[in-house]
Design a protein around this ligand. Structure first.
Ligand SMILES: NC(=O)c1ccc[n+]([C@@H]2O[C@H](COP(=O)([O-])OP(=O)(O)OC[C@H]3O[C@@H](n4cnc5c(N)ncnc54)[C@H](OP(=O)(O)O)[C@@H]3O)[C@@H](O)[C@H]2O)c1
Length: 326
């Protein structure tokens, strides 16, 4: 089988397409023939080794040499202890702990996988897991968004952002989406009431305040973020700079005591219940897992470059060839 391997942190050029033996599942695993895998920011961060948390487990060299974690495919074999799935089942989910999705096959335990709904394509299913669950936990659970609240999503045109934006609208909020110049119309098309271009406007400096800020690219000081919150407002950092994360950990509780404003890191807990919830919304087309571009397995470097250079509107998906066909 073919897989995309890297042995050092670097640009997409360090990725190589390798021909290796098809993996054999252990008694506890299932062998999945991958049909689609989405490219996520965590793949880019794992490739370049930045921010520092992306080197968790492999400070100088990547611990896992095959990236790709949001997969959709068909079970080809099930180990004898695996009662959950049968050969032929169509499955999807987030295998972040294991990785290995940029390949034709992967063996996993299957605890983080669910049956793929028949009315979603493999590509759509692969676009949902990590981004959808981040957004759900940020908007519904931690954010507890109520109708009429003012919500700002920083990075709203990217993978998690498109789900967060649509969910916040669904929960009745007035939503501001922040992203680059090329994504303003795109965010409007997803329902954003207001859009802001981060390349020419800083949302922490324009005097506006929000009930909730969900930030997938946190990089400012905690004082800037608390300035942009209404009294009792909440800010959640999902991804971003280590410096900002440390500031939140060090000063978040103190800011809350002195101002009533909450600044926290959103530690996402992947789980099948939340995956099912967001997937049902996608099936009902209340939330759309927008796919900007599709690439083949051999084009994983181009796909990562497109995401890393800041062009991706929503999700990027790798369609894995089946019997020589895409
Ligand atoms: N907390 C947790 O438990 C947890 C779990 C899993 C993943 N994560 C993290 O969650 C993040 C998920 O991000 P994602 O998949 O949504 O990434 P993404 O698809 O790359 O989207 C990020 C968006 O933010 C935009 N952006 C870049 N710089 C910006 C700025 N200064 N201001 C506003 N927008 C900006 C990007 O636009 P450009 O195109 O201009 O760059 C892009 O549209 C990753 O950092 C990942 O590591 C966290």
């Amino acid at each position: 089988m073919k897989e995309k391997v890297y042995t050092e942190y670097g640009s997409p050029d360090v990725l190589q397409l390798k021909e290796v033996a098809k993996p054999v599942p252990t008694d506890d695993e299932i062998l999945i023939k991958i049909h689609a895998v989405s490219v996520i920011r965590s793949d880019w961060e794992g490739l370049i080794g930045k921010p520092l948390y992306a080197r968790f487990g492999g400070l100088f060299k990547p611990l896992r040499q095959i990236l790709g974690s949001d997969i959709a495919g068909r079970v080809e074999r099930a180990g004898r202890n695996n009662q959950q799935f049968q050969p032929g089942d169509e499955v999807f989910g987030d295998i972040l702990v294991h990785m290995g999705g940029f390949a034709e096959y992967v063996c996993v335990r299957g605890k983080t996988l669910a049956l793929k709904p028949a009315n979603l394509t493999f590509e759509e299913a692969a676009a949902i897991p990590q981004a959808g669950v981040i957004a759900l936990q940020g908007i519904r659970d931690k954010g507890q968004v109520q109708p009429g609240q003012k919500v700002l999503i920083n990075g709203a045109g990217g993978g998690a952002g498109i789900f967060a934006l649509q969910l916040a609208k669904l929960y009745g909020a007035e939503v501001t989406g922040v992203d680059n110049t090329g994504k303003l119309d795109f965010m409007r098309s997803l329902g954003a009431d207001h859009v802001m271009d981060y390349t020419c406007e800083d949302f922490t400096k324009n005097g506006q305040q929000y009930d909730l800020i969900l930030d997938v690219v946190a990089h400012r000081s905690v004082f800037a973020y608390q300035r942009a919150l209404r009294p009792n407002g909440s800010y959640f950092a999902v991804g971003g700079s280590i410096a900002t994360m440390f500031q939140i950990l060090l000063l978040g509780a103190w800011i809350r005591r002195s101002t009533g404003k909450k600044l926290r890191i959103l530690a996402v807990q992947p789980n099948l219940r939340d995956l099912a919830f967001i997937t049902e919304l996608c099936e009902a087309r209340k939330v759309v897992p927008v796919i900007d571009r599709r690439y083949s397995l051999s084009e994983v470097p181009e796909a990562l470059r497109y995401l890393g250079e800041g062009h991706a509107k929503g999700k990027i998906v790798i369609t894995v060839e089946q019997n020589g066909k895409s």
